[in-house]
Design a protein around this ligand. Structure first.
Ligand code: SF4
Ligand code: SF4
Length: 251
């Protein structure tokens, strides 16, 4: 029997940096998180990813279709804490936190039998993995898999909507096509970040003005927070551009 143990000691260290959200969560928390869309190519032959019914296929301008993980993200610099992380190191929205946080340390984009690596804490993280911690993974199966399954269902449920979005970008945003192709050819595939407003533009049923009213002050706050931080240049540039994009809906 092969078992792995894990317990969260609430050190708060994994609550830093970018946080994937569902589409629904992104809208719900637009007054809290600075939002972007992220597209990450899955390198052909990479093992362990649960691409069926979850990944999006990008065909525009590519000889071979590229599989992408596409997700809204709270676009937060790696060293910055989540805005919902309290000084105690605990989550201030524990009861309603995003599904990604609930499934941690497991990752629903990977097959259940490929979760072992997810249980190895990153340097500095204070997750308990010794004999006192409960067994959470046995013989490559998750012991309590409710949240994992919930996240998998959620990803499958929104895959069609994200496929339409990526098809839209492929048709109308040549820059996106070039960036995806470049990212997919890198030795370690990179992440392509796109303004969240592009998602709103292709989906006419959404209330862009309401979204802009809630999101703009958040971007401004993060712009102020990161200005002068030499390590957060990419984020600062994004916040500025995203604010400018939203301003046309606020006049
Ligand atoms: S929402 Fe809560 S659990 Fe999730 S990253 Fe933020 S503080 Fe951590
Ligand atoms: S790094 Fe580990 S111990 Fe710290 S909050 Fe995250 S899961 Fe819990």
């Amino acid at each position: 029997m092969n078992e792995q143990r894990f317990a969260c000691t609430a050190c708060g260290l994994c609550c830093h940096g970018m946080l994937p959200l569902s589409v629904e969560e992104a809208f719900k928390w637009a007054h809290v998180f600075p939002l972007a869309m992220s597209a990450t190519p899955i390198k052909p032959g990479t093992r362990g990813y649960a691409t069926k019914g979850v990944a999006v296929i990008f065909s525009a301008g590519a000889k071979k279709p590229i599989q992408l993980i596409v997700t809204p993200v709270a676009f937060i610099p790696p060293t910055a804490p989540c805005p919902q992380l309290a000084d105690t190191g605990l989550c201030s929205i524990h009861e309603e936190k995003p599904q990604r946080c609930r499934t941690m340390p497991f990752y629903a984009y990977k097959e259940e039998e490929s979760q072992r690596d997810m249980l190895v804490p990153r340097p500095g993280w204070k997750c308990a993995t010794g004999d006192d911690a409960p067994v959470v993974y046995r013989d490559r199966k998750i012991v309590g898999r409710t949240e994992f399954q919930r996240e998998r269902d959620l990803l499958q449920g929104q895959a069609a909507v994200l496929q339409r979005y990526v098809d839209f970008l492929g048709r109308y945003d040549p820059g996106f096509t070039v960036r995806v192709q470049t990212a997919s050819k890198a030795a370690v595939p990179g992440r392509v970040i796109v303004g969240f407003v592009s998602y709103l533009r292709q989906n006419k049923e959404l209330n862009v003005v309401d979204f802009a009213r809630r999101q703009h002050p958040v971007l401004r706050k993060w712009q102020e927070k990161t200005s002068g931080d030499a390590t957060a240049g990419q984020f600062l540039a994004y916040y500025r551009d995203a604010m400018a994009d939203l301003e046309r809906y606020l006049s």
